[in-house]
Structure formats: C-alpha cells, structure tokens
Design a protein around this ligand. Structure first.
Ligand code: GTP
Ligand code: SPV
Ligand code: MN
Length: 603
C-alpha cells in the first residue's frame, strides 16, 4: 500500500477512483497531492537539490533558480514515438502515428504496471487558461517526476485552487511516468528515464480524452498540459466545439500614435515565437507586449471577431541564441525563479549558452556534466536547452494576458525557416488564400524534435506535430470558421520568413527587434495606409513601403529578401501539390482551387 502524505483534498468521485486505480497500477511508494503552494515548490526543489538532480544557482546572480541536466537520450520531443489513438486510422489522418486504441492500451498498461516502484506519485491538478475563464480546461497529471511537478507549477495554474474550481466536474486524465522503477535499496540517478527511444510512448486517446506518457521526462513529452493537452487534445475538442487550438504566440503592438492591435503568429518549434512575442522593437515609438509565446486558443467572439487566449502561465523557451541584444525581455524574465535545463554552468554557479553574447569563462560544466573550455569542439549547452520561467516575470507582459475572454486579433502570421524561396513578408488576398498559405508552410527541422535538423518539410500552420486529428479536416475547419463571420472582421493573414540566406549562407535579414519593421507594414496595411504590390504568391510591400530607415541593408539584399523567383515557386507549387495528394479526396476543394490559381499566376 502506498503511503499518502495528505488526505485527498477533493471529493470528486471520478478523480478519486482514477487516482486509486492508477496507484494500484503504478505501485508507487508514496502519493502526494500537489497543493501548488510556495512551501511545496521549495520543498520539492530542495529535495531535488539533495538528490543531486537540481543544482541551486548563485542566489545573488540568479535568485530562486536551478539547473537540471537531462539524460543525453532525453533532450527533446519525440515525434516518432507520439501517437494519436483515435478509434480509426482515418480520424488520425496521414500526418499522425496511429495505433488502434485497444492494443495500445494493453501495451501501456503493461509498461505502467509497477513503473513507479520506489518513487512518489504526485497528483498535479492544473488548469490551462485562467481559472475564471469559461474556456479553461482542467487536467490532472499523475507523474513520478518531481521535475515535472516544478515545471508544471510554473507553466500552468496548479494546485488546490484548481481542485476547488473543479468540484465534481470533468477533467482530462494525464498519466506520466519516467519509466524507471527502483528496486528496494537501488540508488536513484539524477535524470531517471527510459533511455531506449523505442520504449518511449507519448499517447493520446482523443475520444476519451486521455493522455498516457511513458519513458521521457523532457518538455512537451512530460509537461502534459502543453503540447499533449493544450494542442493535440484541445484541437480535437476545438473542432467539435467550433474553435481553434493553435501553436501560436500572441502579442500586442502599439504604434507611436497609441493605437494597439493584437497579432498571433504560428511558427514551427524553435523558429522564433518566443523572440517575436516579447521583442524590443528597433523602430522608435513602437511597443510590443507579450500575451503568450507558444499556444493560442482562438474563438469567434460575440462581435464576430476572433479572440485569442494563451492557456499557459509560463514560458518554456529555447536558451541558445537568447541574449541581451536579441531578446532583452526574455533575459529579464529568467533573471530569477527559473529552471534551466541542459544549459552550461559557470564557475560562479550561473548559466551560459551559445549565443548569449557574453564570452564564456575559461572553463564551464557543459550540459552533460563534463568540463568544457572555449577550445572544446562541442557545444556547451544543448541546442534544445530551455528555461522555464513564470510569464508574469516578463517585463512586457500585456495587462490583458489573463483576460478570460482573450483579445481580438487583427492579424495572423505564418512562418518557418526557409533558406530560399519565401520572401520576408507576403500578405494573403483573403481568408481562403490565407488558409492555403498556412496549409502550405514549409520549414527546416530544428533540435526541438529528436531527429535530423535542417530538413525541409511541410509543417502546416506549424501544427504538424500537434494536430490531434486528420490534417485535411483541420484545413476544412479553418475554412469553415472563417465562413462564419463577416470577412471584414477576420484578421488579415501573412507569411513571414526571417531566415532567408544569400548564396554565401549569410542571413539576409537581421531579425529579432528589426522584425518590428515587418509588423509596422502589417499595421499600415490594416489601417489602409500601407502600400502593396500584387505578386503570384500574395501582396508584397511596394518599393519603399517597408520602413528600413537606419538599417543599412545593401539594396541587393533588400531585393532578394522580397524576391519571388518564378522557377523556385513553380517547384514550390509542385511540392505543395505532392503534399496535398497525400490527403486524397479529403482535402477541401477550396484549397485545390487555390493551388490551381497559384499555378496559373506562376505560368
Ligand atoms: P518553441 O519553443 O520550440 O516552440 O520555439 P519558438 O518558436 O518560440 O522559437 P524561439 O523564439 O525560441 O527561437 C528559436 C531560435 O531561433 C533561437 O535560437 C533564436 O535565437 C532564433 N531566432 C528567433 N528569432 C530569430 C530571428 O528573427 N532571426 C534569426 N536569425 N534567428 C531567430
Ligand atoms: C516545441 O517544441 O514546440 C516547444 C517545446 O514548445 S516542447 O514543450 O518540448 O514541446
Ligand atoms: Mn512550441
């Protein structure tokens, strides 16, 4: 029998039954119901410091902060091992790994049997979205990872107040185990996990709904409120209920004249959402404030506009490349009360990573715990190393970021990493064309997923790894949502690309704060003052319509940044056609027509 550290703090019969059943299955030594208090957070952190999992960082330089190093096999999401177990394969669609739910349940039950032996089972009540929002969703994560407890405390609204709000209502069960039971007397390791990739399972049962995650303790594999609940499961719920769950940042942009607009942007993992969401505009007088950096729940408001809400409470941001220069507001955000995972440790117990823009000290401890010097021919921080920081520590957090109704969107941006072909910015002709552009987004893969980086793949709406149902039905859902309101009330849509390179491999665009120049043009377009010229792929900025004052870009660079080379685009259109063919008849006819129209404009 497991020892319970506190009496059950809920009377919810379904919850109590589920906890009892899972405790019997996983056979932990102890059960702990998380109350979400400061004292509990400190207690769990202290315990991890004592066990050697957490390194307490320098209290003066980095108050309340910790470093964790994961097992080298457990450093990113594992898309290959992520499954959507809808009743039929057709419901999951060709872009998801599908397995029949019955046999998958059997596999999982045998993996979870006794998986928490020697460990504590933590019950984490969490809420995605503000507790007072009609759109919030409550999940209960069971985990044997204290690291997950600490991260969920930052990333979600978590603890007793969630149970109080839940009452006897429904919740989404999320079961997680690192998959490393301990035999009696067996010493623990700093980062327990199942090192064999083939034995990791990130599984969704959308029709229940429920989430079962086994073998990994890292990021989206283990913090189940994020990609698993707020995107994969939420997207299936959203489809039924008529809204959208999207892999998007939300920001507000205020012009020098004081006009404030809200924008959302979908870029694939490690393609610039956190950086855009809290950027410091280089253009004088412009202000960006952040409402969210990864996920947006979007629905039609009573006034016919689209409203976006960030369901998260923290940032799980990419560390490398983040510096005072590239993202000063992120640097302030993780100044305290932050968990750093897989970055390097300095001799004075602070953090360091590549692209931090401060020279490394003569020696460091790298993310694998080895001594590192500037002469080492490997990276000190893992390319997918991350910080977990509370959103309200962001110096430019928008006052409306917890508005229970969300904020009305004026524009939606799509983007990705494209070395060639895709211009800096391009405007959709209308909603249908925007959905076409979003569905056709391609991006070079990054370290956020286990697998090779730098491979171009289609990543529609940046949702390839996160859409919980058939991708063609998802496209249809976007089209249908737009048809429900007055086109004049819909956000305008744009494709952006900060990552085009010249033929010597150098970035053509400085990016980061300079991206405000693109946002300004978008605002001008919405106002009706921005000049555009049509191209086969959409509206481009007219000559001189982009404010490039003080940038000192070579005119040749500017030309190439905005160039649409027809032969490249004919190849792109063929790539889109091949991709569309994988959806067969299920692809909305509207999108086929958009593709055909593009091909004719390119002829
Ligand atoms: P996820 O958290 O994985 O969803 O990633 P994200 O989309 O939030 O990406 P993030 O903003 O963390 O950026 C990922 C990497 O791209 C970092 O190393 C950044 O420094 C780099 N990056 C972000 N914006 C720009 C940009 O405008 N130009 C260039 N060249 N690099 C950028
Ligand atoms: C992403 O990969 O898009 C992330 C990081 O935001 S993770 O939470 O690990 O999914
Ligand atoms: Mn993400």
């Amino acid at each position: 029998m497991a020892e319970h550290t506190i009496a059950s703090p809920t009377c919810n019969p379904r919850l109590l039954d589920w906890i009892r059943e899972m405790t019997d299955l996983c056979q932990p030594d102890r059960v702990h119901w998380c109350d979400g208090s400061d004292a509990e957070y400190e207690h769990v952190c202290n315990q991890m410091v004592r066990s050697g999992s957490f390194v307490r960082l320098n209290e003066t330089l980095r108050p309340g902060s910790y470093l964790v190093r994961s097992h080298p096999s457990d450093v990113a999401r594992v898309e290959k091992r992520t499954f959507i177990c809808a009743p039929t394969q057709a419901e999951a669609g060709p872009t998801n790994n599908w397995k029949p739910p019955g046999p998958m349940k059997e596999t999982l039950l045998s993996l979870f049997r006794g998986s928490m032996r020697g460990r504590t089972l933590y019950v984490i009540p969490f809420c995605m979205g503000p507790l007072n929002s009609a759109f919030a969703k409550i999940g209960i994560e069971i985990t044997d990872s204290p690291y997950v407890v600490c991260n969920m405390r930052i990333m979600t609204h978590m603890g007793q107040r969630v149970l109080d709000a839940l009452g006897n209502g429904p919740f989404i069960p999320c079961l997680h185990s690192v998959g490393a039971p301990l035999k009696p007397g067996q010493p623990d390791v700093a980062w327990p996990c199942e090192p064999d990739l083939e034995k990791k399972y990130i599984v969704h049962f959308p029709h229940e709904p429920s989430i079962w995650s086994y073998g990994s303790g890292y990021g989206g594999n283990a913090l189940l409120g994020k990609k698993c609940l707020a995107l994969r499961i939420a997207s299936t719920i959203a489809r039924q209920e008529g809204w959208l769950a999207e892999h998007m940042l939300i920001l507000s942009l205020t012009s020098p004249r004081g006009q404030k607009r809200y924008l959302a942007a979908a870029f694939p993992s490690a393609c610039g959402k956190t950086n855009l969401a809290m950027m410091q505009p280089s253009l004088p007088g412009w202000k960006v404030q952040c409402l969210g950096d990864d996920i947006a729940w979007i629905r039609l408001g009573p006034d016919g506009r689209l409203y976006a809400l960030n369901p998260e409470a923290g940032f799980f941001g990419v560390a490398p490349g983040t510096s005072e220069k590239s993202n000063p507001h992120a640097v302030r955000t993780f100044a305290k009360n932050t968990i750093f995972t897989n970055v390097a440790l300095t001799p004075d117990r602070d953090v360091w990573w590549e692209g931090m823009d401060v020279p490394p000290p003569p020696t460091l401890v790298d993310w694998e715990g080895q001594t590192w010097t500037p002469d080492s021919d490997r990276r000190a921080a893992h390319p997918n190393s991350r910080f977990t920081a509370p959103a309200d520590q962001c110096p430019v957090i928008d006052p409306d970021w917890q508005n229970p109704d969300g904020v009305p969107l004026s524009a939606i941006l799509f983007g990705g990493r494209r070395t060639t072909t895709v211009p800096l910015v391009c405007e959709a002709f209308n909603w249908q064309h925007g959905v076409f552009l979003g569905s056709a987004i391609g991006s070079e893969t990054t370290a956020a997923n286990t697998g090779q980086a730098g491979i171009l793949r289609r990543d529609p709406f940046a949702m390839l790894p996160f859409c919980g149902y058939h991708m063609a039905d998802y496209f249809a859902h976007w089209l249908a949502l737009g048809a429900q309101t007055d086109p004049g009330k819909l956000p305008r849509m744009y494709v952006v690309n900060w990552f085009r390179r010249n033929d010597r491999g150098r970035w053509l665009w400085p990016g980061y704060g300079e991206n405000s120049r693109v946002l300004k043009w978008i605002c001008d377009r919405i106002d009706g003052t921005g000049q555009a010229q049509p191209s086969p792929i959409g509206n481009l900025p007219a000559p001189n319509a982009l404010d490039l004052s003080g940038l000192n870009l070579h005119p040749e660079n500017i030309r190439e940044l905005l160039a649409v080379h027809k032969p490249e685009w004919r190849r792109e259109a063929e790539g889109i056609r091949d991709y569309y063919d994988t959806f067969g008849d299920r692809l909305p006819a509207t999108l086929r027509r958009e593709l055909e129209a593009l091909r004719q404009r390119l002829a």
